[in-house]
Design a protein. Structure first.
Length: 350
């Protein structure tokens, strides 16, 4: 199957507000969701002076069926827990929000940048404004992997909106994640470790599962992730360094539409802002019943850093997709631009 979608830029939807210290170092990598009022809301990452990140909330302005702006409303998540604050850095970063109808809740995965670096965390909300933290994701031990995935920093995590069947045959909520294999970033000398059977040491997209019955019995079980499997590793030139998941997967006629990012260039430290990398957007179609099966994949970027807003910013040369919404029957993707602004592109079927 050829990958059946294209992306077309629609413009910048949000930029830092002049004089707003909470946005002094960028607005970027947003989540989205519909509130109880039916309106579409943006949940951008807001970066204050000193690289301190918060999650904001703003109503999306739609003009003739196209998102064109954001009306700021509030801050909905701050790094006010000890495990979200490191020395010289603090953050609740890069939120992804999936509305899971089975639970009647918005589920946010975000990066909690704490004392030892970035970890995945989960929060839930019924209205996008009040969020209940469930805590950091906890990975079940699997002897076949010969590795405790809790050892590793993790980013780019996002839930599917509908249950699927896990490899063990259990009705489950599926979640994508990206382990970071270099333990030397946390403790010098430990080096790169990978699970048994993993032949590519580059950061890749993994998939995990949470049994629906356990979550319906106790929502806090949403942080207990098991049956971890590799989904996709870098394959093409625009993914030379690593790949990571983007927006929550969207159910389409062909299966699941997954947009992701691919990275080229040079990474000097996983914990520092990068200046020598290029981020571009690619896509996959995953099987509707078994999302570990990739039916189609882009060999070239769907969107790469070409405009001035994408090439110049806090981290230059970045296109980073994080949310997809349908507006009047048309899909749009919201993406970070050079870690400084937020753009929108139209998703068309070809």
């Amino acid at each position: 199957m050829q990958f059946p979608y294209t992306l077309t830029r629609q413009g910048v939807i949000m930029a830092p507000e002049p004089g707003n210290e909470l946005e002094a170092e960028g607005v970027l990598n947003p989540a989205t969701g519909h509130g109880p009022d039916g309106a579409l809301y943006l949940l951008p990452r807001l970066v204050a002076s000193g690289n301190v990140s918060r999650v904001g909330l703003g109503r999306v302005v739609i003009t003739d069926g196209v998102p064109t702006g954001v009306e700021r409303e509030d801050i909905v998540l701050e790094p006010d827990r000890g495990w979200e604050r490191g020395v010289g850095n603090a953050g609740v970063e890069d939120p992804r929000v999936t509305f899971i109808d089975r639970l009647g809740l918005h589920v946010m995965t975000y990066v909690a940048y704490g004392p030892l670096g970035p970890r995945t965390a989960v929060a839930v909300s019924s209205d996008l404004r009040e969020w209940r933290r469930l805590g950091p994701a906890l990975f079940a031990y699997d002897d076949a992997l010969d590795m405790d995935l809790n050892l590793f920093h993790n980013k780019d995590t996002v839930f599917f909106p509908e249950p699927v069947t896990s490899p063990a045959g259990v009705e489950s909520f599926a979640v994508l994640h990206r382990p970071m294999w270099d333990l030397g970033e946390t403790k010098a000398g430990q080096g790169v470790r990978v699970p048994a059977g993993t032949t590519d040491e580059r950061q890749s997209i993994w998939i995990a599962y949470v049994p629906v019955a356990l979550v319906e019995a106790d929502i806090t079980n949403l942080v207990h992730w098991g049956e971890n499997r590799l989904l996709a590793s870098p394959e093409f030139a625009f993914e030379q360094l690593k790949i990571g998941g983007g927006p929550p997967p969207v159910r389409v006629a062909e299966g699941w539409l997954l947009l992701h990012h691919g990275v080229t260039g040079k990474i000097e430290s996983a914990f520092d802002q990068q200046q020598k990398v290029n981020y571009a957007a690619g896509g996959m179609i995953l099987d509707a019943d078994d999302p570990t099966i990739i039916l189609a994949r882009t060999s070239e970027p769907l969107l790469a850093a070409e405009t001035e807003d994408e090439k110049s910013g806090i981290v230059p040369n970045v296109v980073f997709p994080t949310a997809i919404e349908e507006i009047d029957g048309q899909l749009f993707v919201f993406y970070g631009m050079a870690d400084s602004k937020i753009g929108v592109a139209r998703i068309d079927h070809v």
